[in-house]
Design a protein around this ligand. Structure first.
Ligand SMILES: *[C@@H]1O[C@H](CO)[C@@H](O)[C@H](O)[C@H]1NC(C)=O
Ligand SMILES: *[C@@H]1O[C@H](CO)[C@@H](O)[C@H](O)[C@H]1NC(C)=O
Ligand SMILES: *[C@@H]1O[C@H](CO)[C@@H](O)[C@H](O)[C@H]1NC(C)=O
Ligand SMILES: *[C@@H]1O[C@H](CO)[C@@H](O)[C@H](O)[C@H]1NC(C)=O
Ligand SMILES: *[C@@H]1O[C@H](CO)[C@@H](O)[C@H](O)[C@H]1NC(C)=O
Ligand SMILES: *[C@@H]1O[C@H](CO)[C@@H](O)[C@H](O)[C@H]1NC(C)=O
Ligand SMILES: *[C@@H]1O[C@H](CO)[C@@H](O)[C@H](O)[C@H]1NC(C)=O
Ligand SMILES: *[C@@H]1O[C@H](CO)[C@@H](O)[C@H](O)[C@H]1NC(C)=O
Ligand SMILES: *[C@@H]1O[C@H](CO)[C@@H](O)[C@H](O)[C@H]1NC(C)=O
Ligand SMILES: *[C@@H]1O[C@H](CO)[C@@H](O)[C@H](O)[C@H]1NC(C)=O
Ligand SMILES: *[C@@H]1O[C@H](CO)[C@@H](O)[C@H](O)[C@H]1NC(C)=O
Ligand SMILES: *[C@@H]1O[C@H](CO)[C@@H](O)[C@H](O)[C@H]1NC(C)=O
Length: 641
């Protein structure tokens, strides 16, 4: 027996034993001012409020938002000094970075515009990405010493995350742009409970510090907050439970910060002053009922001001702070009220990682025992049949908007899924928009393509999409070879640059610095569905990611930091017609894919570069995996409540 999720509020007996979560939220507002803040008026429940006098509207995606344009001017200026510091440390022999910056500091567009992108792949992607991010972060101990690349984060303009990568980016921004090192070093007993991945989301966090719930209270807390949203008349789905459960791991506030909104990032003074890059999270549109989505599906982005897409289909953006309001033709009817609090920060991370349907499609490939497979498959197909394995963004903010091209303009329902379901598992789409004029993208790939290692599939997908004149809509991407070539030439076993020759791309494509997950001190190809990591394994993953980004602290190539600097500078030199220093040409010979193909069939089994850390492998046992987590949530939702 099961109930439609949207009826939960009316019909179900509850396990209500904890205090009303709203009480905790009020306490948060007073005591925990953060970069992302608990701005929602009523916790997780979206709530009607008076519209501002300047009523929110949907806009055509013909350019960047005014807010982003204005913010960019400050951000580009604020990257000048970090860039000067970074290039100074990385040192390009034969190139005077100081006088280059001096000559161009009044014209930030002549300086490199840097973006970083973190792929999906569950906690594997979160942790490998975290290692790479900490290597790029000047706040990490020793990251700015010789042989390291710290400060790249501070010199960047954009940072994008998808699915497991969105948990990384979202968690950093939901916690006052904290650092990975800070999260790892924080003792959960005394304060937050971030990234305690040894605690299954089935059981909830350990009690202690700011977390006060035992397992039963945890489940009833999840239930109550989703119930509140449903009772307020909003369509809920399994993604709401998923998001609330994840938030206990990702948002450092009591009960996972049910009132923390994504749009609150835009209101934070530090972000407004452009002291950090702009975070973007990616999801895909999928029609209810569809199982496989095509590469021409609409790619959505969530930034601190807006949600929407530059794709020619939707080609529109809505103010994210007012998601949940009833827009029609881009307007909220006169007299109608606005809705606030729909854009819960964890709901956006949950949306980007809604991949229940993919679990269903991949179940047969897993090593789970048959009885588990049977049980899961029946539950997941029920969810699938009920079209509830999506993130429900009803009411569709784009209802009646761009009716000529928007295939979903006539639907009051908007349903989004995991951003990797179209195989573009690295969130590159927002970063290759010509209006953003990004010069170089550090593309961190933690995909599970072959034995849970990446083999270039994500880049191939974005490249192929860029060749379709209907869907690319002005974007350009460097040429990318097939996956066999990736493996045969080792393009996935160490960083590789794509698009080094700016004259050999179909448009103004950025240079891609591809950083694939590969083993240095740990078998970091942990299954996507693994939900339990011991603290040692978590830290080993992060350390491995650090070594991936630094080429083993430059032990594998003492010129690696210099080559990173060359990649950063490449497009700027091209624009100004400057000569490329010889040492950079040497780097490009070493790291640029030169167009060679080797398409022979191949398998990939890399060895660790250094001695392995003994942390014990994280085990994807059937009872404590991401898959089991999704299913437990499903079972709980469908039967218990
Ligand atoms: C947030 O970070 C900024 C910049 O590091 C710092 O000045 C501020 O005190 C932090 N706020 C909180 C509440 O930790
Ligand atoms: C950015 O820097 C330039 C050159 O120093 C200056 O003219 C401009 O006003 C600055 N813009 C902002 C928004 O600070
Ligand atoms: C700024 O730099 C860009 C890129 O090099 C160039 O196209 C533009 O003309 C420069 N603007 C000014 C005012 O120098
Ligand atoms: C690499 O550098 C990091 C940061 O300084 C350090 O923690 C780590 O031990 C180093 N690893 C190796 C293998 O040198
Ligand atoms: C940083 O470098 C110092 C000096 O080499 C070393 O003692 C320290 O352990 C390093 N810290 C980390 C976190 O690797
Ligand atoms: C989590 O919040 C607590 C309490 O505000 C704070 O002491 C701790 O530093 C935070 N942890 C991180 C990683 O920001
Ligand atoms: C969404 O919620 C509304 C109001 O609760 C309800 O009338 C509608 O049937 C729901 N739609 C779906 C697809 O669940
Ligand atoms: C290109 O995209 C369009 C629209 O999205 C689609 O109909 C068409 O089949 C695609 N073409 C190719 C060659 O894939
Ligand atoms: C996407 O492409 C498929 C064929 O490849 C086509 O049937 C479908 O209509 C296209 N969708 C859109 C939104 O263009
Ligand atoms: C992008 O798509 C929109 C809507 O379909 C269209 O109006 C616009 O001209 C396209 N832009 C480019 C550069 O093709
Ligand atoms: C690459 O990964 C895809 C799955 O993403 C897989 O189908 C393909 O066989 C892999 N190819 C190689 C050469 O590893
Ligand atoms: C140069 O462009 C051609 C045509 O797009 C492509 O086939 C080739 O792989 C490109 N070469 C490199 C090195 O990217």
């Amino acid at each position: 027996m099961r109930f439609p999720l949207s009826l939960l509020g009316a019909s179900l007996l509850t396990l209500k034993t904890s205090a009303n979560p709203v009480d905790h939220v009020d306490a948060d507002i007073i005591s925990l001012p953060k970069r992302a803040t608990p701005q929602a008026p009523n916790g997780y429940t979206p709530t009607e409020v008076d519209c501002p006098s300047d009523r929110p509207t949907v806009r055509v995606a013909s350019g960047l938002s005014n807010q982003e344009t204005e913010w960019l001017q400050r951000r580009r200026n604020n990257t000048v000094q970090p860039l000067r510091d970074l290039l100074g440390r990385l040192t390009i022999n034969g190139f005077d970075t100081n006088s280059y910056i001096d000559n161009n500091q009044n014209n930030a567009t002549a300086l490199p515009n840097i973006a970083i992108a973190f792929s999906g792949g569950g906690y594997r992607a979160t942790l490998n990405g975290a290692g790479v991010l900490s290597a790029m972060d000047s706040r990490t101990d020793n990251s700015t010493s010789s042989g390291h690349i710290g400060g790249l984060l501070q010199a960047s303009t954009y940072i994008a995350g998808l699915s497991g990568g969105s948990w990384l980016v979202g968690s950093i921004y939901a916690n006052n742009f904290t650092s990975v090192q800070n999260i790892v070093n924080t003792n959960p007993t005394f304060s937050g409970s971030l990234w305690q991945f040894q605690d299954s989301i089935l059981q909830g966090p350990d009690q202690g510090g700011i977390q006060i719930l035992n397992t039963a209270d945890y489940w009833s807390n999840l239930h109550d907050s989703v119930d509140g949203k449903a009772s307020a008349g909003f369509n809920t789905s399994i993604t709401d439970y998923w998001a609330r459960a994840l938030s206990f791991q990702l948002v450092n506030a009591t009960d996972g910060g049910p009132a923390y909104t994504w749009s609150s990032i835009a209101d934070d003074l530090d972000f407004r002053d452009a002291n950090a890059p702009m975070p973007i999270i990616v999801a895909d549109e999928r029609d209810p009922g569809a199982k496989i989505i095509s590469s021409n599906t609409t790619v959505y982005e969530f930034n601190p001001w807006e949600m929407g897409s530059f794709d020619p289909t939707l080609y529109a953006f809505a103010p994210i702070k007012y998601a949940g309001s009833r827009f029609n033709g881009g307007q909220i009817a006169d007299g109608a009220r606005c809705v606030r609090g729909f854009d819960n920060a964890a709901y956006i991370m949950g949306t980007s990682s809604s991949l229940f349907n993919q679990f269903l499609l991949q179940l047969d490939g897993t090593s789970a025992p048959q009885f588990i497979k049977d049980a899961l498959s029946s539950i997941l197909s029920e969810i699938g049949n009920d079209e509830n394995d999506i993130a429900d963004w009803t009411p569709n903010p784009f209802f009646g908007f761009n009716e000529g091209t928007n295939p979903n303009a006539q639907s009051e329902r908007l349903t989004l899924v995991d951003g990797g379901e179209d195989f573009q598992n690295i969130p590159l789409n927002p970063l290759i928009q010509p209006q953003r004029a990004v010069d170089v993208i550090f593309a961190v790939d933690s995909s599970a393509d072959t034995s849970n290692w990446p083999n270039g599939t994500a880049l191939v997908a974005t490249y192929e999409r860029s060749l379709n004149e209907t869907i690319e809509n002005g974007t350009a991407f460097p040429a990318i070879p097939d996956q066999n070539t990736f493996v045969n030439l080792g393009l996935n076993s160490r960083p590789t640059f794509f698009g080094c020759d700016a004259d050999n791309t179909t448009g103004d494509a950025p240079l891609i610095v591809y950083i694939p997950n590969s083993p240095f001190v740990f078998d970091s190809n942990v299954s996507t569905i693994t939900l339990d990591y011991t603290i040692d394994a978590r830290n080993a993953m992060i350390q491995n990611g650090y070594l991936t980004a630094t080429r083993g602290n430059s032990t594998q190539d003492s010129e690696w930091p210099q080559c990173v600097a060359c990649a950063i500078m490449s497009r700027s030199w091209h624009k100004s017609g400057a000569q490329v220093p010889d040492t950079c040409n040497t780097c490009f010979q070493r790291y640029c894919w030169d167009g060679t193909l080797d398409q022979r069939p191949v398998t990939y089994n890399p060895d660790n570069v250094f001695a392995k850390i003994s942390a014990g492998p994280p085990v994807a046992n059937p009872r404590s995996s991401m898959l089991a987590g999704a299913v437990a949530i499903a079972v709980t939702v469908l039967t218990l409540f």
